[in-house]
Design a protein around this ligand. Structure first.
Ligand SMILES: Nc1ncnc2c1ncn2[C@@H]1O[C@H](COP(=O)(O)OP(=O)(O)OP(=O)(O)O)[C@@H](O)[C@H]1O
Length: 253
């Protein structure tokens, strides 16, 4: 499948970056058993970049995220964090080098309080509990409440706050909006932008709310049947919903 740059209308201007990339995904392929469901995905993100990974159900978005995080072995390609090549299928190593996944099921300790969830996760160099709560004032008011008693939106805030205590260089957020009302998503996504701007971590965001994701992202790619169907600056893609729709439908763009 062709990797189409936005928008068949000439090559988009290369963003100007200084310094080395924080996260490089080089021709990564992934899958299950003998089945490849992600093929040759490449991107490179510099400090403070937010990349939205879009695409229809079953396109391979979660598979790619889990593979980047080392939870699944790669079937090809390289993942490089700040120049360090990560071994395939080593989640602890990936985490140690600053790749922190916020999984779609949030994976909280539901019988522990908000503070306990954060304290347990904290790693050296990561935000302390109070600093993490500054990003999420609504959650700070619920610091003594068990995670299981939080609303879906609060649980998602806790999952992201917990990631911030782990000193991420690359934050991988899979379907932040899963099960949440759009109004909550509208509150949460701008926080992702703020995290990237303030911590200079890169963020890879898998998101079904396409327009909201494009509002906070710098760049986006559309994955279809495991391959990159379309990519470009988020602002440009946001202005061309017809092109996005075509890409989602797997039509030639
Ligand atoms: N554990 C698994 N074992 C085998 N196949 C799987 C497994 N998990 C996912 N798949 C398959 O891999 C393909 C990609 O799935 P994946 O969940 O990565 O897609 P997705 O883009 O994240 O979809 P969604 O938006 O619905 O979450 C699908 O065909 C799916 O059925």
């Amino acid at each position: 499948m062709a990797d189409v740059l936005l928008a068949g209308k000439g090559k988009p201007e290369e963003p100007v970056h200084t310094g080395s990339p924080i996260l490089e995904c080089r021709e990564v392929s992934a899958g299950y058993g003998s089945v490849k469901v992600v093929r040759d995905v490449s991107f490179s993100l510099h400090a403070g970049n937010v990349l939205a990974i879009l695409g229809p159900n079953g396109a391979g978005k979660s598979t790619l995220m889990n593979t980047l995080a080392g939870l699944l072995p790669r079937k090809g390609g390289d993942v490089v964090v700040e120049g360090k090549q990560l071994r395939s299928g080593r989640p602890a190593e990936a985490n140690r080098h600053g790749l922190v996944l916020v999984p779609d099921d949030r994976a909280l300790f539901t019988s522990l309080t908000v503070r306990e969830n954060l304290t347990i996760a904290k790693r050296s160099g990561g935000l302390d509990v109070d600093a993490a709560m500054e990003m999420f004032p609504a959650l700070a008011k619920r610091i003594k409440v068990n995670a299981g008693a939080l609303s879906g939106g609060e649980q998602q805030m806790l999952a992201v706050a917990r990631a911030l205590t782990q000193n991420p260089r690359a934050l991988l957020i899979d379907e932040m909006s899963m099960g949440l009302a759009p109004v909550i998503v509208e509150e949460l996504l701008p926080i992702v932008r703020r995290i990237a701007d303030e911590t200079k971590a890169v963020v890879v965001l898998v998101e079904q709310h396409v327009q909201l994701a494009l509002e906070v992202a710098d760049e986006a790619l559309v994955l279809v049947h495991g391959g990159v169907r379309l990519r470009g600056p988020a602002d440009d893609l946001a202005k061309d919903p017809a092109l996005l729709e075509q890409a989602y439908l797997g039509e030639a763009v």
